[in-house]
Ligand binder design. Structure first.
Ligand SMILES: *Cc1c(COP(=O)(O)O)cnc(C)c1O
Length: 425
């Protein structure tokens, strides 16, 4: 293969692992160990010098394993493989998406600093910002999806915190409405507020698009975050998180991780290594299925509106332009307004048979949930209306089942919904 650059999916089964290390085992074993034996005291001393930054790593010097809070083969190999999808210099994995997010914020924000973030965010992230970080003297500034560059700059300037702005944090596509935020535009805003004395970092939670359908680093973002619980893990059986970026940024994050102690364990690392082998086939099937499901929903008389990125076109030029610029697929998250309200939405959810009624997303099995009373219950009522999180909104995460079966399940559950307006019509 000489100098041929292989695609990530071709490397997911072997990259970074040598069977000679483990009696020829084709798969990386689970290194279920807390500590590692040094060959000599001198070797132990050398490993610590590098790990604790007492000196730089010498050319050709191999960094050894010390202790599983600092490094473990399952984590290191996983991190190396993860970098391939986003073409990142380095990666750090965590025991949850929330620990990845909180570690990034604690590393890059100090008392007196400010963070600008897009709304709506994942509920846990929003809580961390509003109720935890503010207690440590961090100022929060919010903007809403759909606001222009000029409007966002006005919001920052009017907040009185422009000088202390240190981070912009966004989620796109936004959950559950699939509204898009222009990543390159946020890069531009980060640069606008950066000075010689301070860099404003742009962090993007890319969970909704997995590492396949959007590559924020290519659009100028500094940090990409994932809840690996979702598409990366993909089987609803593990909680994990990941952060990617330049070597310098990930070095800072890994150092704080060592002292917070929230790295992923070897078992989690192994599960994710296994998941990565099928990431692309899963996500492609999920996206194909979502297209069929969305088209069925669009034509159904009991459905008022479908939020699916594959339906964007020139009639919504701003969103369509962002989609074409930064999204490689419409993905597999679909939400829709059923005609009626909470009662009708619940009737639909309670009658699903194949699709499971559960929060979370990105798994092999399809899931349905009610954002207004579940994932987004914390948002106040007026804002829910503004964000399009109505009582009749249902969110679907499409899995790898046969799409005909998914459509049949949705069809029969819709049959069970008695819509008043239709009956009287
Ligand atoms: C689930 C999720 C998180 C939190 O991840 P956990 O693995 O549950 O800690 C963060 N962001 C988004 C967009 C999510 O969907």
């Amino acid at each position: 293969m000489n100098d041929r650059k292989l695609h990530p999916e071709s490397l997911m089964m072997s990259y970074g692992y040598n069977p000679e290390w483990s009696e020829g085992a084709i798969k990386c074993p689970i290194f279920q160990t807390s500590t590692f034996v040094f060959k000599t005291a001198e070797e132990g001393k050398a490993f610590f010098e590098v790990a604790y930054g007492k000196r730089e790593q010498r050319p050709n010097e191999k960094m050894g394993l010390i202790y599983s809070r600092i490094n473990n083969p399952d984590l290191e190999i996983l991190e190396n493989r993860m970098t391939l999808w986003d073409d990142a210099e380095d990666c750090a994995v965590f025991e949850s998406g929330m620990s990845a997010i909180s570690t990034v914020m604690l590393e890059f924000l100090k008392p007196g600093d400010s963070i600008l973030y897009s709304s709506p965010l994942y509920g846990g992230t929003e809580h961390l910002l509003q109720h935890v970080l503010t207690q440590f003297g961090i100022n929060i500034i919010r903007f809403k999806t759909g606001q222009s560059r000029e409007k966002i700059i006005d919001i920052v300037n009017e907040s009185g915190h422009a000088a202390s702005l240190k981070m912009i944090y966004i989620e796109t596509p936004a959950n559950p409405t699939n509204d898009l935020i222009d990543i390159a535009c946020c890069t531009d805003i980060a640069q606008y507020y950066s000075t010689e004395a301070k860099t404003v970092y742009l962090a993007v939670d890319n969970t909704y698009f997995g590492p396949l359908w959007q590559h924020p680093l290519k659009h100028g973002a500094d940090i990409v975050l994932y809840s690996a619980t979702k598409y990366i893990g993909g089987h609803s059986d593990v909680i994990a998180g990941a952060v990617l970026g330049s070597s310098a940024i990930i070095k800072r994050i890994k150092t704080l991780r060592t002292f917070l102690g929230n790295m992923a364990g070897p078992w989690t690392g192994w599960l994710l290594l296994r998941s990565l082998e099928t990431l692309k086939v899963r996500m492609e099937t999920q996206a194909k299925n979502a297209k069929h499901v969305a088209e069925f929903l669009k034509n159904h008389p009991k459905i008022e509106r479908v939020n699916y990125l594959g339906f964007l076109n020139e009639s919504n030029p701003v969103q369509y332009k962002i989609f074409k610029k930064q999204c490689l697929s419409p993905g597999a998250m679909v939400s829709f307004d059923i005609i009626g309200g909470e009662k009708e939405a619940f009737m639909f959810l309670n009658n699903l048979k194949l699709i499971k009624l559960a929060v979370s997303l990105g798994s092999t099995e399809s899931l349905a949930e009610h954002p207004a009373t579940m994932t987004h219950v914390d948002i106040d009522e007026a804002e829910k209306v503004e964000l399009g999180i109505s009582p009749q909104l249902i969110r679907l995460s499409i899995g790898v089942e046969h799409y005909d079966d998914l459509i049949a399940d949705i069809d029969q559950a819709l049959e069970c919904v008695k819509v008043k307006e239709l009956e009287t019509a």
